[in-house]
Every structure is written in C-alpha cells, then in structure tokens.
Design a protein around this ligand. Structure first.
Ligand code: PHB
Length: 404
C-alpha cells in the first residue's frame, strides 16, 4: 500500500499566519477579530482513493479537484488551514477496513474523503459509523451509503448508482429500443446500476434479453461481445469505468458492433476516457450528472482552472472532488473553522446549496445529491448534452432512518 503524507501549507502562508497573529495586538491595544481557530492546528483530511489499478485516473482527478478548490481559497476553508494524508485503496474491498482504520486510528484524521469503488466505500461507511468519523464520498455510488447505512455525518458529492441509471430506461424506450442486453462488472456498483436501468426500462415497457457480466476488474470482453452479436438486441446498456471502459468501448467498435447495435450506458463509460477511446466512442449515449459543454459560469471557471493546474481536461471525477471541498467549506464556514462544533458543521453541510460545475447541487436527508441527470452523446471527443433526462433527480434513500 502506498501511503504518503503531504502538506500544502506553504512557507508564505505560515509566515502570513504568524504575521496576522502579531498584528492582533497593536500599539493602541486594538484586536482584529481573527477567528481563534485560524491559529490552531490544520484540519487533517484523509484521502482514501485508488491511486493505482483500473480506477487510478479517477482517484487522481478527485484528489486534483479537491486540492485545486482548496488552493483557490488560499489553502484554507472557512478560515481553517487544510492538510492532507493519502492512502491508495487500490479498489480492493478486502483491504478497505484496514486502510480506513489506519487513517482514523493512526493518522487521527478529522474527516475522510473517499472513494471510487462501491465495495470499498461500504467498508468505509461501516468504519465511519462505528468511529463517528465524518465521511464525504466523492464517487462510489453504493445505494446503501445513503440508504440503510445513512448517518448525519456521511455525505456524498457524486450520485447513487440508482440515480444516474434509472432515468436512462425511459430515454432508451422513447428512442425506440425495445429489446436490450446489459453488460457490466459483477460487483456492487455494476449490479445496482443495471438494476436501476432495468427498473426504468421495464416500467416504460421494454424487455431485457440478457444480462451479461464478468468479474471486476477483468477486461477480457471478447466472449461477451460475441454473445451480444448472437443475441442481436436493439441496443446495449453498459456500465464500466476507467481503464475497463476504455477497453470495452474499443473492443465493441473493433467487433463492428457500434455500427449495428447502438451502445448506451452510465456516463462513466465515456467520462475521463475519451482521449483514449478516440473515434470509437463517437455516438455513444449515456446519462450522467455532468457534461463537458454545460454552459454555466461555475463550469467555465472549473474547466479553466483545472486545465491551468493539470494540463488536462476536467471530468466528472474532478468535479466531484472539487464539490467535496466546496461542501466541506460550507461546514467550516458555519463554525468559523471550528470542527469541534461538528453537529453545526454537518447540519450546515446537509442544507448546503452549491453552485457546482454540474449545475445546482443540494442534498437530501440522507446526504445524497439532488441534481440534474443529463442525456449526453459523444461528439468529436466530447460528452455533449442532448437533453436533461431528469431535473433535480433525488434518490429514494430507501431504508434511511435519518429525519429531514
Ligand atoms: C462504483 O464502484 O461505485 C463506481 C466506480 C467507478 C465509477 C462509478 C461508480 O465510475
């Protein structure tokens, strides 16, 4: 496991804080109303993300997005300096409890931000509940995290697996697709996303001809692609992400299926992957809570700043990291940077209204985003909005007992 500790607090910033402290008592005895906490220890944020494996780029972009937001606030949120500790979770559920305990126990972080993989996230949620550690999930869609496992100190700045896929059912039916095959990795996120799509599609009147799956994170798609060619469905709905999504879309096109059986999916199939997929992704339609060409001021600021910092185009993962920092800022602003007033901080976070690059972002009683879900199509290397598949889509938070 790679584990590193880095502090973004520059010498300049430290000098500034010392200078500010010296200024608080001038010759006339005047005191500036500096928040006491601004002079205290930094808030320690533990990143538990995949920095290796098929989701490595996703983890890096979440990390970059979060740090970028904090840097743009001068290294502090709500007057409180922020420092980071990071752990590579490798998208391995079997190591997740140890990794989380390491952050909470040994590193004594104030809150944890993570992760990408739903199975890993479920273990994190359990530790966060057992140890009363605040957690912001910047990707993993495991429905339970904001369902039966919900808690007032657990938040998500991404989506639930249900939320991004259920709206696609009606979209595909309305586009005339009647017999659809599904394909995914056999793990929590895969089955939940496929179930959500099927819920929307069969309710609209569609028929599922076959569900295909392979173990996470395998990428030997050939036999399943051959099966799709034999089944000849009207269309395919897929969930893959990261390196696996790149390979699936390329293999699908190499088999010539992109010309005969239209490919649809959860937006992760083509987000952060288009450079590697090239023309093979053209025409793929997906639903997601973000699109490259969303024309709002927050998205323009975000895309420009992300490009300037990393030299790369921002994507949904970077947006989710950026918004995780924006959400934490709401909590720290409400308490003048005092994280010991946690209940006030987390309740301010629950009622936050964030002007996100994705559009308006608020939270339901379970801490899951309420947000637009867009229908996008890949055109010239970009995920472009075609329509809003669902306005202010909420998650049902099935099984969550936290009251509003
Ligand atoms: C998940 O496991 O919840 C997951 C992973 C990668 C994605 C989306 C969801 O892009």
């Amino acid at each position: 496991m790679s584990h590193s500790i880095s502090s973004p607090i520059s010498a300049n910033r430290r000098r500034f804080l010392m200078g500010a402290a010296a200024l608080t008592t001038g010759a006339a005895g005047f005191r500036f109303p500096t928040p006491a906490i601004a002079q205290g220890a930094p808030l320690k944020v533990g990143f538990m993300l995949p920095y290796s494996g098929t989701f490595a780029k996703l983890g890096k972009f979440i990390d970059d997005g979060f740090r970028l937001y904090v840097e743009r606030q001068g290294g502090s949120l709500g007057g409180r300096r922020i420092e980071f500790v990071q752990v590579d979770d490798e998208s391995k559920p079997e190591s997740a409890t140890d990794n989380m305990n390491r952050l909470v126990g040994r590193e004594r972080v104030d809150l944890v931000v993570g992760t990408v993989h739903s199975g890993v996230a479920m273990a994190m949620v359990k530790v966060a509940r057992d140890t009363n550690t605040p957690l912001i999930i910047p990707n993993a869609g495991a429905n339970e995290a904001t369902g039966p496992m919900c808690a007032p100190h657990i938040f998500r700045t991404s989506f639930s697996n249900w939320q991004v896929c259920q709206p696609m059912g009606k979209v595909m039916f309305d586009e005339g697709r009647r017999r659809v095959a599904t394909i995914t990795w056999r793990y929590a996120a895969g089955s939940q996303m496929i179930d959500a799509f099927k819920e929307g599609f069969t309710r609209a009147g569609g028929t599922i001809v076959e569900d295909l799956a392979l173990p996470f994170p395998e990428v030997e798609f050939q036999a399943l692609i051959t099966r799709i060619a034999t089944l000849r469905p009207d269309a395919v709905f897929a969930f893959f992400a990261g390196g696996g999504a790149v390979k699936f879309v390329k293999d699908y096109a190499a088999a010539g299926l992109n010309r005969t059986i239209p490919l649809y999916g959860a937006g992760f199939l083509t987000d952060g992957t288009l450079q590697a997929q090239g023309a093979d992704a053209n025409g793929v339609r997906t639903t997601l809570h973000y699109a490259d060409n969303l024309d709002n001021p927050a998205n323009r600021v975000f895309l420009e700043a992300f490009k300037a910092k990393t030299g790369q185009d921002g994507d949904i993962y970077a947006v989710q990291g950026w918004d995780a920092a924006a959400l934490l800022a709401e909590g720290l602003k409400a308490t003048g940077g005092d994280w010991s007033a946690r209940a006030r901080a987390t309740s301010a976070m629950r009622s936050a209204r964030i002007d996100s690059p994705r559009g308006p972002l608020s939270f339901n009683r379970a801490g899951n985003p309420v947000q637009n879900v867009y229908l996008r199509e890949v055109r010239n290397g970009r995920n472009e909005v075609i329509s809003v598949a669902g306005q202010a889509v909420d998650d049902p938070a099935r099984g969550c007992r936290v009251q509003a």
